[in-house]
Design a binder for this molecule. Structure first.
Ligand SMILES: [Zn+2]
Length: 459
């Protein structure tokens, strides 16, 4: 079981939302059904954008936005906005002093209330205030292997998920807009096409592939390169593309950075989640998550050490450790990679998590904000998760790559992933089987040791 921090993802996938993109802010609001239509709270739509107040005068609901007023009447489909009568489809609703308008009316109402151009796609529930669009281009470089280079007009930070046959990038915070044609075809066997779709406030680019694909970021988040996951070299070599130097980018001058693998410090930190009074989730009547995570952690340490990777396990007994303790101990050890281990009874196979950081917070200057310490390391964390995912795919173990605002991941100054292990068979006792635990541990260790040159040595 993973503890999700107080900041929640922008929205959960299964609830209806509208996302509003405006200069300097992006926010998401719930959409509810009334009278067979979709409705949204009007005050909430404009509150983040200016100086706003609302008051009720019998059946009238009066909204003041900056210097303009809008006057709505409960049960009516006409309002007076900045002195002009404005008709809209569906009726205005007043519920517990809250003014609700039909979702489709936002395209008519908001330009007048805000006195600003608005572009609205009611089908995908995405609304743009002013000129905030991020555009992108996609081009296939016919190298061997091929590389799909996507350039964006502003930095992007999508959630990346891989599944057999495709890599999906979901943009929840970025005002990404559709390319000229929604499906781009490349006449290539390995990467045949990419498709843009948007739905429920999310824009998604889906890249199809006949081989497992991975994405790397460069150009300060303005370029994403999608390429097949490289086959592992027979011996560690500098051939693994790195997030800093993605395929297609000009490599940094100088020889590749190679650090002796027997560096005199801990290269990897393993964090068996829970422990002591915190038992984690009860996987069955007799099986606690804290015992499964410890058992897998010991196997993972053995797998790392057999590959010459010095490893620190944060707890090697049934010890209680706070999330702050775990983060502080890890950052003090200055490892190159951190792996948190969780176990779950629901789902199938392995879920890999990397950090999802609050947007708009920059780590500039000498001090690193605790809640966003992970920012600079996120590209390496993602590359690590993608390599581990590719290794599990090779082992026919179902795997999903996810991002969540998780502690202590957000607080770590190293490449950091959380691995949540569920049974593959659906039978929770599989989590205690030596063979299953060993397969998971060896998969993580194989993928991470193959990335040694990419991750670099000591910090
Ligand atoms: Zn857990």
């Amino acid at each position: 079981m993973l503890l999700v921090a107080a900041i929640l993802p922008l929205h959960s996938a299964d609830e209806k939302h509208i996302v509003i993109y405006a200069p300097g802010t992006t926010f998401s609001l719930p959409v509810t059904d009334r009278e067979g239509r979709e409705y949204v709270g009007l005050l909430e739509c404009v509150e983040p954008l200016g100086t706003v107040s609302a008051r009720i005068d019998s059946q009238h609901w009066k909204l003041r936005y900056d210097d303009g007023e809008a006057d709505f009447t409960a049960g009516k489909n006409r309002a007076k906005v900045r002195g002009r009568d404005t008709d809209f489809p569906g009726n205005f609703l007043l519920e517990n002093s809250r003014g609700l308008v039909p979702l489709v009316s936002l395209g008519t109402l908001l330009p007048r209330i805000l006195n600003s151009p608005v572009s609205f796609n009611p089908l995908s529930r995405r609304l743009f205030v002013g000129n905030v669009a991020t555009h992108f281009t996609a081009q296939l470089n016919r190298t061997t292997p091929p590389r799909l280079i996507m350039n964006f007009t502003a930095p992007v930070n999508p959630t990346i998920a891989t599944e057999p046959g495709r890599l999906r990038m979901s943009f929840t915070r970025e005002p990404l807009v559709a390319p000229g044609t929604p499906t781009l075809t490349f006449d290539d066997k390995t990467i045949p096409s990419a498709t843009y779709i948007e739905n429920n406030g999310v824009a998604e680019i889906s890249v199809s592939g006949s081989a497992p694909l991975m994405a790397s970021f460069s150009n300060e988040g303005r370029t994403i390169t999608v390429a097949p996951v490289p086959q592992q070299p027979a011996a560690p070599g500098p051939s693994v593309p790195s997030a800093q130097n993605p395929p297609g980018a000009t490599p940094a001058p100088g020889p590749p950075k190679v650090t002796p693998i027997n560096a005199p410090h801990y290269y990897a930190v393993i964090d068996p989640a829970h422990g002591g009074d915190d038992r984690g989730v009860a996987l069955s009547d007799s099986l606690a998550e804290k015992d499964v995570t410890l058992s897998i952690a010991r196997r993972l340490r053995q797998e790392f050490e057999s590959r010459g990777i010095p490893t620190l396990v944060l707890r090697d007994s049934d010890l209680s450790l706070s999330l702050d303790d775990r983060a502080t101990q890890t950052n003090t050890a200055r490892p190159t990679v951190y792996v948190s281990l969780h176990a779950a009874s629901d789902g199938k196979g392995v879920r890999l998590y990397t950090s999802l950081l609050p947007s708009g917070v920059e780590n500039n200057g000498p001090f690193v904000a605790w809640d966003t310490a992970q920012t600079r390391f996120l590209p390496m964390s993602r590359a690590t998760a993608q390599n581990v995912a590719a290794e599990f795919q090779k082992r026919q173990l179902p795997v999903r790559n996810l991002q969540a605002p998780l502690r202590p991941l957000n607080n770590l100054t190293t490449a950091a992933i959380a691995v949540e292990i569920a049974p593959n068979s659906g039978d929770v006792t599989e989590l205690t089987l030596a063979g299953y635990q060993q397969n998971v541990a060896s998969g993580i260790a194989t993928a991470i040791s193959a990335m040694h040159n990419q991750l670099g040595g000591s910090q």
